[in-house]
Design a protein around this ligand. Structure first.
Ligand SMILES: Cc1cc2nc3c(=O)[nH]c(=O)nc-3n(C[C@H](O)[C@H](O)[C@H](O)COP(=O)(O)O)c2cc1C
Length: 180
């Protein structure tokens, strides 16, 4: 499959079967993350792979909403970064997340981005504080996001690039679509 075809088929998958994601596929997904571009090649990120069911259950509470799929996920990859190394750590981490999500899709593994940065747990504390306590990363590591992983129960339909989306592309200068 060429890259554009993989991108056409990529969707966020939030329901999973009980089948395990193979070790080989988890490794390939991690490899896709580790190969990511990074400002000044600093690579400030660390990836925490969680497979322990009890921990995944607790992680589902790390957000007030938007993380429930972790209850049925087979694994999750938590992306954190050392903020003392670079001011573009959110961008660096986003690329890691995106590459892993795309790789998962390419392998037939369901995955979904769960926002962590600037979000709140079900108990009202920060998602970052909740996961720091649970997973033991130090203060100077900041949380970006969590990628849930599981074999898809169903895969949403692929999307088309609509005329509305094409309308976001401007040639040479910004062209307003609003009525003056
Ligand atoms: C920065 C970002 C944050 C997201 N946060 C969440 C989230 O916390 N929970 C969730 O279920 N989906 C989350 N998503 C997935 C989006 O909801 C999803 O990409 C969007 O609805 C488009 O659907 P698609 O990915 O299937 O094309 C996030 C995606 C991005 C890029």
């Amino acid at each position: 499959m060429d890259l554009l075809e993989i991108m056409r088929q990529r969707r966020s998958v939030r329901s999973y079967t009980s089948e395990d994601v193979s070790e080989e596929n988890i490794r390939k997904i991690l490899e896709a993350g580790l190969l990511s571009a990074s400002g000044r090649a600093i690579r400030p990120w660390e990836l925490i792979v969680v497979k322990e069911r009890a921990v995944l259950q607790k992680m589902a509470e790390s957000r007030d909403h938007g993380a429930k799929m972790l209850e049925d996920a087979n694994a999750a990859i938590v992306v954190i970064a050392d903020e003392t190394k670079t001011d573009v750590w959110p961008e660096d981490c986003s690329i890691v997340m995106s590459n892993m999500h795309l790789m998962a899709s390419c392998l037939g593994v369901g995955s979904c981005w769960i926002q962590g940065r600037l979000r709140t747990s079900a108990g009202g504390e920060s998602t970052e504080g909740y996961l720091r306590e649970l997973l033991g990363f130090p203060e100077y590591y900041r949380l970006e996001a969590v990628l849930s992983l599981g074999m898809p129960e169903s895969v949403p339909e692929m999307r088309e690039v609509t005329d509305e989306l094409w309308g976001k592309v401007h040639l040479e200068v910004y062209e307003s679509k609003r009525e003056k």
